[in-house]
Design a protein. Structure first.
Lengths: 402, 336
């Protein structure tokens, strides 16, 4: 072998040393810098004092008690010293430490006879005297994790997730009678509505991450979720394709494509269920019949999206259809449970990010299918019209839940 | 900022040595001379404190900083001296920046006279020549502005004392009554809110009847700098006298020298439970009102005299409920 480059002089195995060397040097430089204390930084100015504000994650009202979940969003430690409710100092107990390290949380339990539906302002004061306030527009009793609540969230998830998707799949027989141009139009419609869902999930994710402490690095978390789900589904699609005995790189079709669409929609419904669940738990969402109906109408179109890829393939059994409905709809139940009982904005951001990546991947997969199979390809009027129709359908039915 | 400025500790030590009439050593070193007497247990008062409830800001469970007797130097004024015109009364006040605990676990970067907010009680008899040596050990220019009758060059408005400098205020103490003092450097609001104020009692030539004398300076602390007080208290920390009720005897009149130095809020008030009192506005005449509630704007003060009809635990607090629940409340433990 001809010696070349800097590695030319290395003995076998010496690469390990050279690979570690930059790390060792880094450790040395860091230690040297740390040993100077702040004297180097003092040359350019002084660090401002910490803001000492808490991040109040959740305020829950249970009979005779107010529970306040606080997190320390900053690097320096933060100590819970005093708690006020409506500008009155109140006795409290802590379910966790009073001194919080970075991103650590505690729950403050305040014995309090609160008034249903009244607004409250809760304040947490740090040992440095800085008060963080949290406004509750109306006190509503929080339901803990009870079998009843578990069932309730499951029913809501079922109603807004599984049922509409199953109903939408009912369009399959009529789709089978449609001509290939119309099938292409419906496939494009699927892509349109998934594009809408992707953007919708992106907006939700960006919105949620803005409220996270900077330590969680919301944008990075979103990118991680999007990349993981997009590449994960790409990998799965590849496997489906290989299992179907098709040529390498051929677009998916039929049940395989429908399954991929169902997975994408399922991930979106996971985030949607989480949003609904946490809104209900925090008393922010007036859970009316209208809203549930709205979500049902909105999500029926998702069933149509799953049905479209199967319109020109082999017959599909009822069991397979039911499984697709569960894949696409049941995550709404899981999401509602998580949102209702845990309410983690970090999980919320991650769920929505996963939904974005999945939806985008499915749009790409559907696009490849349409480009190859549809008469006239991606530029046909049916495809363009179908895609736009998908967005319009989501937009119009979205008005019901906005 | 002068480099040769003495440290806070040096100043306090010097002040302690120089102080003729101020129990400064006690203030600077903390009050450890008193045996800690535990407050009467709450069950004795018929209250079940096994679980904290909504209205539990009473007795031992109350979150208040400090231990018993920590505020005694501010609560109990020095004894009055008989009328003797021309007698010199000397005090030494040293300003210092200090982090003080204004509510349980909450620390505030205060500006103090002799380490506490409010500062020490200054007392003289009408006709005494008052000589107050002021050392500015703080990081900002300060003064002492006394209420009362004195020459313009002793008013604490024009003679700004720079950090590290000192100034001696000298004037005859008059008129008799409950006066007060505070810093008059600008920005005025900041210098008062930070804690530079205190009680200044001038006794009448004809001594007042013997009584159990107390001083109460009302103030608030804006710990997060938003222009609103986060905590209120009497003689400093929030809820202190709720945790450590003030013990008084029913047999003798209780006389309270009351002053309001609350910044940001236009008024403060004093309300007594279960009894009435005589209120002498500014304490400068024999005129009084018989009431159980008085209202004071900032700088307003007076003398309260209570002859308790009953024994037991009686609450006193601001009759602004918000102030009450942010720390301005306490109890008298009236005993036979």
């Amino acid at each position: 072998m001809a010696p070349a480059g800097v590695a030319s002089g290395l003995r076998p195995g010496a690469w390990r040393f050279w690979a570690l060397l930059p790390l060792l040097l880094l450790v040395g430089v860091v230690a040297l810098f740390a040993s100077t204390g702040n004297s180097l930084l003092d040359l350019v100015g002084r660090a401002p004092p910490a803001v000492d504000r808490f991040d109040i994650r959740r305020v829950e009202f249970v009979p005779g008690e107010i529970r306040i979940r606080v997190t320390n969003p900053q690097r320096p430690k933060l100590t819970i010293a005093a708690v006020t409710v409506d500008d009155a100092v109140v006795p409290f107990e802590l379910d966790g430490p009073a001194e919080l390290g970075r991103l650590r949380s505690s729950t403050i339990v305040v014995p309090f006879q609160w008034v249903e539906d009244d607004p409250y302002t809760v304040g947490v004061t740090s040992s440095s005297g800085i008060q963080t306030s949290f406004d509750v527009p109306a006190a509503v009793e929080a339901r803990g994790a009870s079998p009843k609540g578990f069932l309730g969230y499951a029913l809501i998830g079922l109603l807004v997730g599984v049922v509409p998707v199953a109903l939408g799949l009912g369009w399959l027989p009529s789709l089978r009678n449609a001509g290939s141009r119309w099938i292409a139009a419906f496939m494009a419609l699927t892509a349109g509505l998934l594009s809408f869902l992707a953007l919708d999930a992106l907006a939700e994710a960006l919105d949620l991450q803005a409220g996270l402490p900077s330590g969680f690095q919301g944008p990075g978390l979103i990118l991680l979720g999007v990349a993981a789900s997009y590449l994960g589904l790409t990998f799965v699609a590849q496997r489906f394709s290989a299992a179907g005995g098709r040529e390498r790189g051929a677009p998916l079709e039929g049940v395989a494509l429908a399954t991929l669409v169902a997975v994408g929609i399922g991930l979106h419904n996971l985030g949607e269920g989480l949003a609904i669940g946490s809104s209900i738990a925090l008393g922010e969402l007036a859970l009316g019949t209208f809203l549930i109906v709205g979500f049902m109408v909105h999500n029926v179109t998702e069933g149509l999206g799953i049905a479209a890829p199967m319109a020109d393939g082999a017959r599909v059994g009822l069991a397979r259809l039911a499984a697709l409905a569960v894949v696409a709809g049941a995550p709404a139940i899981v999401g509602a449970w998580v949102g209702g009982f845990i309410t983690s904005d970090v999980l919320g951001v991650l769920f929505f990010a996963l939904a974005i990546g999945a939806a985008l991947q499915v749009v790409v997969e559907v696009g490849r299918y349409v480009a190859r199979r549809a008469p006239g390809g991606l530029r046909s009027g049916h495809v363009i019209g179908g895609y736009l129709a998908g967005i319009v359908v989501m937009y119009v039915t979205g008005l019901l839940v906005a | 900022m002068p480099k040769d400025r003495p440290t806070r500790r040096q100043l306090l030590t010097a002040a302690a040595a120089a102080g003729a009439g101020v129990p400064l050593a006690k203030l600077a070193l903390g009050d450890s001379s008193h045996a800690a007497t535990p407050p009467p247990h709450l069950h004795a008062a018929g209250m079940d404190m096994s679980a904290p409830t909504h209205a539990a800001m009473v007795g031992h469970e109350t979150p208040a900083p400090g231990g018993p007797h920590h505020l005694d130097a501010l609560l109990y004024p020095p004894a009055p001296l008989p009328h003797q015109p021309g007698r010199v009364r000397e005090y030494t006040l040293a300003a210092s920046d200090r982090r003080i605990e204004v509510a349980k676990g909450v620390f505030y970067s205060a500006w103090t006279y002799n380490g506490t907010a409010p500062g020490p009680v200054i007392r003289a008899t009408e006709g005494d020549l008052l000589r107050v040596k002021f050392l500015n050990g703080g990081s900002h220019p300060h003064t002492i502005h006394f209420h009362g009758i004195h020459p313009t060059n002793m008013d604490g408005v024009f003679e700004i004392v720079e950090p590290g400098d000192s100034f001696t205020y000298e004037f005859p103490a008059r008129p008799y009554g409950m006066q007060l003092y505070h810093c008059h450097s600008t920005p005025l609001k900041k210098h008062i809110a930070k804690g530079l104020y205190g009680a200044f009692i001038i006794d009448p030539p004809k001594p007042r009847p013997a009584a159990q004398e107390l001083v109460m300076v009302l103030s608030g602390f804006d710990t997060d700098g938003d222009g609103e007080n986060n905590f209120y208290g009497v003689n400093g920390p929030a809820f202190y006298y709720a945790k450590y009720p003030i013990r008084v005897r029913r047999s003798q009149t209780v006389r309270i020298y009351l002053a309001n130095l609350t910044e940001f809020d236009p008024i403060n008030s004093f309300h007594l439970h279960g009894d009435f009192f005589r209120y002498y506005p500014t304490g400068s005449s024999d005129h009084f009102e018989y009431t159980d509630t008085v209202m004071l704007c900032q700088g307003q003060r007076g003398i309260i005299e209570i002859d308790f009809a009953n024994t037991g635990r009686f609450m006193f607090h601001a009759h602004q409920s918000e102030f009450t629940e942010l720390g301005w409340m306490g109890f008298f433990e009236v005993e036979d």
